[in-house]
Design a protein around this ligand. Structure first.
Ligand code: NAD
Length: 482
């Protein structure tokens, strides 16, 4: 086992770091080598029950804690995470595979997110509504909705979790976080930063184990009042239906299939510089990854050539090596899925411009891949590839590009590069997506709403909208009596 990586990552229930009730553990792999580097404790039903009860106790204390104190403790957690950034980044790279510079950026953004939500805790204002009757005062205050159950995936082991933990804590909610079993050590470090900062026992609880067992128990649990999930659309729909059955609030940050529209007058070299890096970031395992490239027919050949050059220039390797441009996929399951979606496109007539195959040797590497002439019926034009594959299709009129953009049931991020004022106006008004970024990339700052529409989810995980999801408006109307 790597001596940089903990032998055993524990659960955290009521402030106590412990193994699961029956001692079961799951292996954690380094995706760059395929080796088991540690193990993570798996919760039993009893552990899950204990975590829910702990969050109920934590909620009583935290929701009564003045906002200014919550702000101070959260800022301390952000500071601790910054101080530990290099250690946490190396854990992310070891267990998830992304290059160290991407892992460092993830930790920096996580600290930034905690700080921003801490500040927002001080600005959760209510309002006074003028009354129709003399002597009556009507106030509405945002109240924390209650203990939250959150489920987060492996692609951003701390950033998917920190958006939920920070927004919940800023609003005065406690949380039971079911972290990613594939990448547990960095997520445990995140939770540790909150504990070390002095956030009271029971406010942040951490479980790992069987996701379906834990989610069905927590969503049904009477103590839990709010659900938040990041992951695939299929699982999200299942959890949203469970939440509905138990009348629990739910935020769902699900899959995407982000279109990239590049119009005739776009600066191809400048676009490629930005968008190829974004495509191959985290080996394409990003919910807002640029996915299908809808390029004007007059520039498609230049665009493809430049994209292929970028793909071929990428150095694949261990994320710990500073020279690495792209790391492995997270596991063999993901690599097999990417292989199958590329094979399907080729079977249906797509042409391989670059890459297209798994890399021989240890680890779960897959070549950066560019496909052209991809028929709209190919799976990759309809399903989230979640891998380093870029399908390029062409259009002639802007309306065709907008129609292709809106064809799918996904609606998370969309990207466009254009200059013509009429094209720009049509893109701004016509693209159906939760987030549209034009002529640059800039989606994930803490102060911006982050979320999708249609099958990409419900609610937002950034900006003031993220806090609203953890509060309810509590009306008090009172008549003064003599
Ligand atoms: P998956 O569908 O098996 O799992 C996705 C996530 O959901 C994982 O974190 C998993 O632990 C969790 N999960 C699965 N069943 C659950 C349940 N019943 N209750 C609670 N959590 C549950 O897929 P995977 O192979 O891990 O990931 C691949 C797919 O997942 C991708 O194609 C992508 O669509 C999606 N994904 C999306 C994001 C995102 O950022 N939106 C992140 C990771 C994965």
């Amino acid at each position: 086992m790597s001596n940089e990586y903990p032998d055993l990552i524990r659960l955290c229930i009521g402030g106590e770091r412990r193994t699961g009730g029956d001692g079961q553990t799951l292996p954690v792999e380094n995706p760059a080598t395929g080796e088991v580097i540690g193990r993570v404790a798996a919760a039993t039903a009893g552990d899950t029950e204990a975590a829910a009860q702990s969050s109920a106790r934590g909620f009583r204390e935290w929701s009564a804690t003045p906002a200014f104190r919550r702000y101070g403790l959260m800022r301390d957690a952000a500071r601790l995470l910054r101080e530990r950034a290099e250690t946490v980044a190396r854990l992310i790279t070891l267990e998830q595979g992304k290059p160290l510079r991407e892992a460092r950026a993830e930790v920096a953004l996580a600290s930034d997110l905690i700080e921003w939500f801490a500040e927002e805790a001080r600005r959760l204002y209510g309002r006074v509504i003028p009354s129709r009757q003399e002597g009556v005062t009507q106030t509405v205050m945002p109240h924390p909705v209650g203990p939250t159950a959150a489920f987060t995936p492996w692609n951003f082991p701390i950033n998917q979790a920190v958006r939920k933990v920070s927004a919940a804590l800023a609003a005065g909610c406690s949380i039971v976080l079911k972290g990613p079993e594939e990448t547990p050590a960095s997520c445990a470090e995140l939770v540790q930063a909150f504990h070390d900062a002095g956030v009271p026992v029971g406010v942040v609880n951490l479980l790992y184990g069987n996701p379906a067992d834990i989610s069905s128990a927590l969503i049904a649990h009477p103590a839990i009042r709010k659900i938040s999930f990041t992951g695939s659309t299929a699982v999200g729909k299942h959890l949203a239906s469970l939440a509905g059955r138990h009348m629990k609030r739910a935020t769902m940050e699900l899959g995407g299939h982000s279109p990239v529209i590049v119009t005739r007058d776009a600066d191809v070299a400048a676009v490629i510089e930005l968008i190829a890096a974004a495509k191959f970031r985290n080996a394409g395992q990003v919910c807002v990854s640029p996915t299908r490239f809808i390029v004007h027919e007059d520039i498609a050949a230049d665009f493809t050539e430049a994209f292929v050059a970028k793909a071929r220039a990428l150095t694949l390797g261990s994320g710990l090596d500073e020279a690495t441009g792209m790391g492995p996929l997270v596991n063999e399951k993901r690599r097999a899925a990417v292989r199958s979606i590329v094979a399907d496109a080729l079977d249906r007539g797509a042409r391989l411009a670059s890459g297209g195959a798994p890399v021989d040797g240890p680890g779960y590497f897959f070549e950066p891949t560019v496909l052209v002439d991809v028929p709209v019926s190919a799976r990759i034009m309809n399903e989230e590839p979640f891998g380093p594959v870029a399908p390029i299709v062409t259009f002639a009129e802007i309306e065709e590009a907008v129609a292709e953009t809106n064809r799918l049931d996904y609606g998370l991020a969309a990207y466009a590069f254009a200059r013509d004022p009429q094209d720009l106006a049509r893109l701004r008004s016509g693209v159906e997506a939760g987030m549209l970024t034009i002529n640059h990339l800039g989606l994930s700052h803490p102060e911006l709403p982050f979320g999708g529409i249609k099958d990409s989810g419900i609610g937002s995980e950034g900006g003031e909208e993220a806090l609203e999801a953890y509060t309810y408006p509590r009306l008090v109307t009172e008549r003064a009596i003599a």
